[in-house]
Ligand binder design. Structure first.
Ligand SMILES: [Fe+2]
Ligand SMILES: [Fe+2]
Length: 274
């Protein structure tokens, strides 16, 4: 486990939104995994913050990526992982995975180093930031994910809010459990940015049309409450979904990192040493 250099015991590599289904052969998910290992030969584990592939492919593809890396890949799921299926089916498949690639929701908590925990929850956009009622954005999600089929307008808004509320509630429990166990540093992996100010898109914050679908206000409220109650606990949020990188320091003990991505060109968004 330990590479032992300057007290560093653990190297975690962060990748978001790899959309592995857009990789063409011969450079498939496994080859991408091999290349990540070659570029980071001291890595101990990988964390992926959603949009791994699609509902019928993410399971095989993230496992094959993990085989290429040769290390555990801890992941949460994004909206694209439910495409051509449903959120329910996506989660069921993720929960059954027993190989090198593991869903953080079933793992609940991973100790990265003494006092440092990795916790994850998929998350969902809650249609509460920005202008959901007048938004002209129709995500492919509404036509490609079972839970949204046949829903329009307010039906979509209500479904998104309810999914996001549920995700935030579970996250609240998992984070509080980690704190009760004594962890002072928590890395929290989730797909959707929890704050409007973390919805980076090409160097700017998403506008009122996109914000309802690019952020989870309710997840932000959960995090705000936890860090204000526990000033001795530091939380770093890793998220994706907007595909552009940025850092938002929400509080002295809460930082949100949003990661970069481009269809067909997955990349490493960060390297952390604990
Ligand atoms: Fe994505
Ligand atoms: Fe996404």
């Amino acid at each position: 486990l330990a590479n032992g250099v300057n007290g560093v015991v653990m190297e975690l590599i962060w990748i978001t939104d790899p959309h592995l289904n857009f990789l063409g052969q011969p450079f498939g998910p496994k080859a991408f995994g091999v290349s990540v290992f070659e570029e980071h030969p001291n890595l101990d584990a990988v964390v992926m913050t959603g949009d791994l592939a699609e509902c019928d492919s993410f399971k095989e593809m993230v496992e094959s990526f993990a085989q290429g890396v040769g290390k555990t890949v801890w992941f949460v799921l994004g909206n694209h992982d439910a495409y051509n299926g449903s959120i329910r089916w996506m989660k069921k498949q993720a929960a059954s995975m027993k190989g090198l690639a593991r869903w953080l929701v079933t793992e609940k908590l991973v100790e990265l180093a003494p006092g440092v925990a990795l916790v994850g929850q998929d998350g969902w956009y809650d249609a509460r930031n920005g202008k959901p009622q007048t938004s002209n954005v129709a995500l492919s999600d509404f036509f490609a994910i079972g839970e949204f089929l046949g829903k329009w307008g307010n039906g979509i808004i209500a479904e998104a809010s309810s999914l996001a509320d549920n995700e935030a509630q579970v996250a609240d429990r998992s984070l509080r459990e980690a704190i009760e166990k004594g962890y002072k540093r928590i890395v929290f992996a989730t797909h959707v940015p929890p704050y409007a100010l973390a919805t980076w898109h090409e160097g700017k914050i998403s506008d009122g049309n996109f914000l309802p679908w690019m952020s989870s206000k309710v997840m932000g409220e959960v995090l705000d409450e936890i860090v204000s109650e526990h000033l001795d606990v530091d939380i770093t949020v890793l998220c994706g979904h907007t595909h552009s990188p940025g850092t938002y320091r929400r509080a002295p003990n809460l930082t949100v990192l949003t990661g970069r991505s481009r269809y067909g060109y997955p990349c490493v968004s960060g390297e952390f040493n604990f």
